[in-house]
Design a protein around this ligand. Sequence first.
Ligand SMILES: Cc1cc2nc3c(=O)[nH]c(=O)nc-3n(C[C@H](O)[C@H](O)[C@H](O)COP(=O)(O)O)c2cc1C
Length: 365
Amino acid sequence: MRLYFVRHGIAEDLTSSDFMRELTPRGERRVKTSAAVMRALGIQPQRIYSSPRLRARQTADIIAQALGMGVELADSVNFGFDLADARRLSADCDAEIMFVGHNPDMSEIVSELTGAAVSMKKGGLARVDAFAAEAGAGELVWLVAPKVFDALADNKQTGIVPAPAQKLPDVNGGLHELIRQRWSPVGFDRERPIKRETLLGILEAARWAASSSNLQPWRFIVARREDEAQFAKLLLTLREGNIAWAQHAAALMVACSRKFRKETVPNRHAGHDLGLAVGQMVLQALSQGVYVHQMGGFFPEKARQLYAIPDDFDPYTCIAFGYRATELGHLAEAQRGRDASPRERQPLDEMVFGGGWAQAANFLD
Ligand SMILES: Cc1cc2nc3c(=O)[nH]c(=O)nc-3n(C[C@H](O)[C@H](O)[C@H](O)COP(=O)(O)O)c2cc1C
């Protein structure tokens, strides 16, 4: 039997509840890198048991996602996890099991199993091969610190191209966390679909946008990756450069807007209102961990023809939705560097005017 013991990643300091302490962004990033390496190493437990504490659950979820499996929460893997618990949880399994929990339990259990003096780092992993979860019955085969995972991920021989870290901009003044965190990645996770309820929430966010005279001119054609024929159809509308990465998204969309208020009266706000609805979608999506990348690079007339879009509507953009990939090995070389490029913006005084055009507003000084 092969037993993997993982200590949760770096978590935020204790605030009000120890139970709800979350991984820090750095902790999450590191666990993602470790999980990508675990996948490359072929680690494939039959089950992953996690402590119910949030930081352990988040760690287990990231690993499980990378390995394409689920997590079972087990109270016994919480504080106080011991060899008897490990024995009970592994009793009906003769292959591989992973436990994700806390110190000192994780270090103590590995020490007890193997007779070695083991100290596990946050986000570290120990592999113990044992005929049973009994004291002294195991052999310590690996003890991997997160730093080692990082180095392995950087090693070209593993074939792993870790996704770059979150791109947080330098901002003036306070910015809502969702706006600060939003950006348009090309590295989407091919394996992780967007749950129906999450997708409905994203669309609902668009539905409740403001619009001129409440005309709600927007219409959305949506294809989920799991609906293969529909997804392939929507991909046909994209330009080549966008297909290269958008083919890995979890869902694609053509965003349209109606050009007229009445039969012959143009709606000057059709594009504005669609953009506002999409803006709401983008933030609602990110609140659920789903990233959005909008595309002007598509063939509107092809979309019109494929979907029989009526003349009074225009397709404005295509949009890709998905979770970020932990590693970018599936992307073409030309795409890989894009998610690491710095984010740039014009300064406020070049876009916010006061007394006249191009005269920076006086409150900006
Ligand atoms: C209307 C619109 C069209 C866009 N078209 C494309 C596109 O065809 N391909 C692409 O890779 N990115 C496209 N983008 C993404 C922009 O390049 C991106 O938003 C911009 O560089 C700012 O980067 P950020 O979103 O990461 O902050 C588009 C964005 C918008 C809003």
